[in-house]
Design a protein around this ligand. Structure first.
Ligand SMILES: [Fe+2]
Length: 327
């Protein structure tokens, strides 16, 4: 584990900030993308009340895809899908303006696997979580895919390479306005997760997703670490993707099989510049809007953070055996 001193030195030396990135102090060229690989775009914290910068990130996703000559077979939403009011539930006009039209089917024809964030649990005016769980059944043909609060899918659908476990990390205290998982749901999810992880793995990679981070540069979640970290280690999960922190991050622990990636730059206000520390080692922290591109082949995973301006901000590879290399 890096000392706080060495971490600060590292951050000061490389000046991880949106301003520095935009000032051209980093190589913004995308490392070569393999068009024959499987591709998936991830993004969190996008459903802001104001249209920008969500629209800008979405437009960049489309132009990046065209520029690289790839077609992501799926999107993955890391929660806080809709901030603010959602009048009408499954028939709220925001479904069309902020999902169906913002990430159009003509460009992103595959499923959009989604999970719930804390803002998705608000009562505004009815239960927003229930609307998101019910939307697909009410709108046949949509790409929105949220069959349950926690679920499994394999990717790609033919000859899958990755087992994805989508979790509900909403363990916060419930109030009249802000709901959460119930104790019964937490217990049921924990049993389900253990049972899923106990099954023989049939894919090369295991990736787990939730809305809240276990580790981040805005601080660590003792509760989630206690719930899940030992399981991630035991099962050698390759990646944990989350949002909630409004930036793009990559953290590693020496000896930990799991890489921790935050992709919370999908459209709402960026994380303020407060000073906090994670117990994990920081590899990248860009306080910038953007999304994350996951490339998958038999040989490796490639994770790329792409900024809202279209440049590659940070990238690393991970082998099936778990070796990480920054590229
Ligand atoms: Fe959140």
């Amino acid at each position: 584990m890096a000392s706080l001193h060495s971490r600060r030195q590292f951050l000061q030396t490389f000046g991880f900030s949106a301003a520095a990135l935009l000032a051209g102090r980093f190589d913004l060229r995308a490392a070569s993308v393999d068009p024959k690989a499987q591709h998936l775009f991830l993004f969190g914290d996008w459903g802001a009340v104001l249209p920008d910068p969500q629209l800008q990130v979405a437009r960049t996703m489309a132009s990046y895809m065209e520029g690289q000559g790839i077609r992501p077979a799926a999107l993955l939403s890391l929660g806080d899908n809709f901030y603010g009011q959602m009048d009408g539930g499954v028939d709220c006009p925001r479904w069309k303006t902020q999902f169906e039209d913002t990430y159009p089917k003509s460009q992103f024809s595959g499923p959009c696997y989604a999970l719930l964030g804390n803002h998705d649990y608000s009562v505004e005016p009815a239960g927003k979580a229930e609307a998101q769980l019910a939307y697909a059944a009410a709108h046949p043909g949509t790409r929105w895919t949220m069959p349950a609060k926690w679920y499994r899918f394999e990717f790609p659908q033919e000859r899958p390479l990755v087992t994805f476990l989508m979790l509900d990390s909403n363990y916060q205290k419930a109030t009249a306005e802000k709901l959460s998982l119930t104790e019964e749901e937490r217990s049921a999810q924990a049993q389900w997760l253990k049972a899923e992880l106990a099954k023989p793995r049939t894919t090369k990679y295991l990736i787990i997703c939730g809305h809240h981070p276990l580790y981040s540069n805005a601080g660590d979640s003792v509760k989630l670490i206690g719930e899940w970290d030992a399981l991630f280690r035991e099962q050698a999960a390759h990646l944990y993707f989350c949002g909630h922190i409004h930036d793009l991050e990559h953290l590693e622990f020496d000896g930990h099989p799991t890489s921790f990636v935050v992709s919370g730059g999908g459209g709402t206000t960026l994380r303020p510049n407060e000073k906090t520390e994670s117990s994990a080692q920081n590899r990248f922290n860009g306080r910038i809007h953007g999304f994350t591109h996951l490339e998958i082949t038999d040989q490796r995973l490639v994770v790329r953070h792409i900024g809202a301006e279209g440049g590659q901000l940070h990238a690393f590879t991970k082998s099936p055996q778990g070796a990480v290399e920054i590229i």
